[in-house]
Design a binder for this molecule. Structure first.
Ligand SMILES: [Zn+2]
Length: 166
């Protein structure tokens, strides 16, 4: 990679004002002069994470891009129909880890949905800080707080207007 710093005077090379902390590995690095906004260092790992964050964020915010991604994934899967079946056979521990992560994501989505839909407790704004724990977690698909017997723990905070009124 062309950095050019070799040819810069010493005082420029060590300019503290332009060096910064990598958002991924927390190491100090010198941003490229061509990309003053650079927030990740040039380590391959950090660059990989930057690209995948960018990709994920773009899928979220750009529906045309998301559609392109889905289409090309579908094409790839049609061209390699048994890739994942083979992969799961060859990597049983990875397959199990993925299944368990997916279960966690499903559960989190159900719980956040429940919190979002529970207007009486005004959890909308703190949904990410609410922990829902209880024996009925598997039955939450219906979002029925009363029958699911779920306990809601909220972080200690001042009473909201809604709570005071009731
Ligand atoms: Zn880094």
């Amino acid at each position: 990679m062309l950095r050019g710093s070799k040819f810069e005077p010493e005082e420029n090379k060590n300019r503290v004002s332009s060096s910064r902390c990598c958002r991924y590995c927390q190491q100090i690095f010198q941003p490229s002069r061509y990309r003053p906004q650079q927030s990740a260092c040039s380590e391959p790992d950090c660059q990989r994470r930057r690209r995948s964050d960018y990709h994920r964020e773009r899928i979220r915010s750009d529906s045309a891009y998301a559609e392109d991604v889905r289409t090309s994934q579908k094409k790839w899967q049609q061209a390699h129909p048994d890739y994942w079946a083979k992969y799961r056979l060859q990597h049983p521990e990875a397959a199990e880890r993925n299944r368990s992560r997916q279960r966690q994501r499903d559960l989190k989505r159900r719980l956040l949905n429940l919190a979002k839909n529970n207007l009486a407790l005004d959890l909308k704004h703190e949904a990410s800080e609410v922990w829902l724990v209880g024996p009925g977690m598997k039955d939450l698909a219906k979002n029925n707080l009363a029958s699911a017997k779920v306990f809601i723990y909220q972080p200690l905070q001042p009473w909201t207007r809604e709570a005071r009124r009731s």
